[in-house]
Write a protein that binds this ligand. Sequence first.
Ligand SMILES: CCCCCCCC/C=C\CCCCCCCC(=O)N[C@@H](COP(=O)(O)O)[C@H](O)/C=C/CCCCCCCCCCCCC
Length: 214
Amino acid sequence: MAAAAGAFSLREVLSAFQAAVTERREVLLGPYLRGWRGLVRFLNSLGAIFSFISKDAVAKIQIMESYCGGERREEYRTLQSMVAYELASGLVDIQRRSEHPDSGCRTVLRLHRALRWLQLFLEGLRTAQEDSKTSTICTDSYNASLAAYHPWVVRKAATVAFCALPSRNAFLEIMNVGTPEEAVVMLGDALPHISSVYGITEELYAQHKLLNLP
Ligand SMILES: CCCCCCCC/C=C\CCCCCCCC(=O)N[C@@H](COP(=O)(O)O)[C@H](O)/C=C/CCCCCCCCCCCCC
């Protein structure tokens, strides 16, 4: 059964990322963005201190949704078709952000980097001791991934916000999956799907030298 409108469901996030990968190892942008929408719903439930993060994520999701629902929607069906289309049409700023500041390639790259944070964070959450601090897991995951791409002021604000995260067990409970033990099992199910999306995207972007888009 679908979760009530607005409520977070890890199951739905999991099934969105699962549905995002086709048998031909393409990434479908529709389910990919649905997965992100679900994650943002969860972030919003954590309180206003995270709103500067969720606003940025939503802005990026909206850019992509407008491409996916726009005139060229066929080109934006998969990540692979988007990259091929935007590169062949000269729609990607490679050296400097100028004529195409919000290309699909650059926008997905920002979400892709955040997906690496999510991968590390969920793995940390899953394997940590019961009394571990979520804020520490989150900070460590952030420092090992996204932080490298953020200026000092964003790093500072993010690190302050992480301190407001609830304890590991409370966090697992608000994931709405059942007991903390059940949530841990579900995280174990979710991670391979998220890792698969991450790995395919990383490979595609590396192949086209898109990993450092401004
Ligand atoms: C299974 C459920 C448990 C986990 C649920 C986690 C929910 C997380 C939801 C969303 C994650 C946030 C995604 C943030 C995308 C950030 C993209 C980015 O890097 N943007 C920066 C660069 O963009 P441009 O300027 O180049 O356009 C931008 O400068 C960033 C601004 C905002 C700050 C971003 C801080 C990111 C911290 C990520 C950790 C989120 C912590 C959530 C705590 C559970």
